[in-house]
Structures are given as C-alpha cells and as structure tokens.
Design a protein around this ligand. Structure first.
Ligand SMILES: [Zn+2]
Length: 294
C-alpha cells in the first residue's frame, strides 16, 4: 500500500474572515492547512505544502488572491510539508521566519529531506528538486507584520513540537494559526527520533498550550485537521497533560519504558478512540520519560 498523493487543493479554499482563507488539508497525510491573509497593501501565505508542485499551486492561488498586492511567506516550522516548497516563492514573495526556525531549516533541513525521501515513493517524488530555502528576513521572538489595515502577529513560541515553532495570529479577527502545536482529531506528533532529533519537548509544549489558551482565540487553525474554536487548544492541552501524568506515574514506580509505552497507549486508545496517528503515542512517552525528574 502506497500513501495517497499529499496534494494541496487551493480550489477548496474556505473563507474564515474577510480576506482571510484556509486551504484545508482534506485530512490527507503530509498535507498541512495553509493560510492566506490579506491587507490593503500585502498578502501573507502561511506554509507551502510538500514539495515544489504543491508550492507552485499555492503561489498561483496567492498571486490570484493578491491581485497585485505584495506577497509575504512564512512557515509555522521547518518540517517538510510546511516549509519544503519555500524556494518556489523566491523573487515573488518575502520569506520571513523566526530565528530558531531559520536555524532548524539550515541545521536539520537536509537530514529531514533525506529521511522523508526514504518514507515512501510518493513523498520522494514530491521532494525532487527541493532545497531547504533561506529566509529573506529573520526576527528573534516577535514580528508585527502590517499588511495594510491589518496587523498580523508572528511569534516564536520557544521549543515545543520543534525548536523553531511559530504561531501566527490575526488579533482583529481572533484567528490563530498554530502549525503542528495543534492537530485536530489525531494524537500530537512527537518527532522524537533519538539520537538524530530530540528537540521536541512535552513539558515545554504543555506550557506553550497554556499560554496560547490564555489568548482566547476565536478560531484555531491547526497544522492538520479541521479548523475549530478554542477547544482545539484545550484538547491538546488535556492530551499532553494526561500523557505526561500517565507516563510519569509509571516512571515513579520504576516501570520499564516499553511497559510504560504499552500501558499508556492502551489508556490513550480508550480515551481517544477516534483519533488518528496512534504511532505518535509511544514517541511522546519516550520524550516525556527523558523529561521526568528533569
Ligand atoms: Zn511538524
């Protein structure tokens, strides 16, 4: 069984607010929710889709949407389906990200490119010709992007799902784009691949979710899965808290990691029977075991 084509379909774009749309992921693996936000002067695109063909479609859609307005591109984090199409925007858009994400792209981009090419033939084909792109503009922790009559806030959250996670909010409309800090209808993705990548942090992620909840957004656009309200944030917070507690209580009583993973998996499948991505539960347990007593 080969995986379905991770194809972005801009024709399915949905309007969340005036001059603000999401190209939904259609629940396909390795397709992100992509945002396009307009102001009187400029338009911001959030995430590119996996590979050059997808990014070309997103750029064509954004160009049509912009009708002559200046284009910006940002990415929620460096993972391939979110950022590995950015080179297509060179010359057409200003690519801006937070510093930690720019460093992720440079340091981890090439390794992730090879790893993803090895996942599946479909993915390898999508990634042909991809080179992790260098941003045009890098900010440290916070950047207010004035699109003309609409200011969009770009903020680095600090290490959580990855080192360089970025959240983008449109305060005037209460819209928040979270990238993979939030998924709907699936277990949180822990890219825990020791010794190659151990950047994900369950405890920091939980703290980030608390902070995002305090902002009380009206609409939350997850990295993957259906757009929703603030309950999207609460769902992830609750899951991460339960994952931590169930892992640590077993760690406290000296249970081995394999047993912990099996038991916690059973607890989670019973608690969230509808969720996809079961393979990420034990990655999360592995991560949280190392953060215990830390
Ligand atoms: Zn990710």
């Amino acid at each position: 069984m080969t995986m379905p084509e991770p194809e972005v379909q801009p024709s399915g774009a949905q309007e969340l607010a005036r001059d603000l749309v999401v190209i939904p992921d259609r629940r396909l693996p390795l397709v992100p929710n992509i945002g396009v936000i307009g102001g009187t002067e400029s338009v911001l695109v959030i995430d590119t889709g996996l590979g050059l063909t997808n990014a070309e479609k997103v750029l064509a859609f954004a160009t049509e949407f912009a009708r002559g307005r200046r284009l910006y591109l940002t990415t929620t984090h460096f993972h391939p389906e979110h950022a590995f199409g950015a080179q297509v925007f060179a010359g057409a858009a200003t690519f801006l990200v937070n510093r930690a994400q720019a460093e992720d792209l440079a340091a981890k981009g090439p390794g992730y490119l090879e790893m993803f090419k090895g996942l599946d033939e479909v993915v390898a084909r999508r990634l042909e010709g991809v080179q992790p792109a260098a941003p045009d503009l890098v900010y440290d922790t916070r950047y207010d992007l004035d699109l003309g009559g609409r200011v969009v806030e770009l903020r680095a959250t600090g290490r959580a799902h990855s080192k360089g996670d970025q959240v983008i909010t449109v305060p005037g409309d209460g819209v928040m784009f979270t990238g993979d800090l939030v998924e709907a209808g699936q277990f949180s993705i822990f890219p825990w691949f020791p010794p190659h990548d151990t950047d994900v942090s369950g405890t920091r992620w939980l703290a980030v979710m608390e902070r995002l909840m305090a902002e009380k957004p009206r609409i939350v656009v997850p990295g993957h899965g259906e757009v929703g309200g603030p309950e999207r944030l609460a769902d992830v917070r609750d899951y991460l808290r339960l994952l931590r507690d169930e892992t640590w209580v077993r760690r406290d009583s000296g249970v081995g990691e394999e047993t912990i993973a099996a038991e916690v998996r059973a607890v989670m499948l019973a608690r969230y029977p509808q969720w996809d991505g079961q393979e990420w539960i034990e990655k999360g347990v592995g991560c949280l075991c190392t953060e215990h007593a830390a």
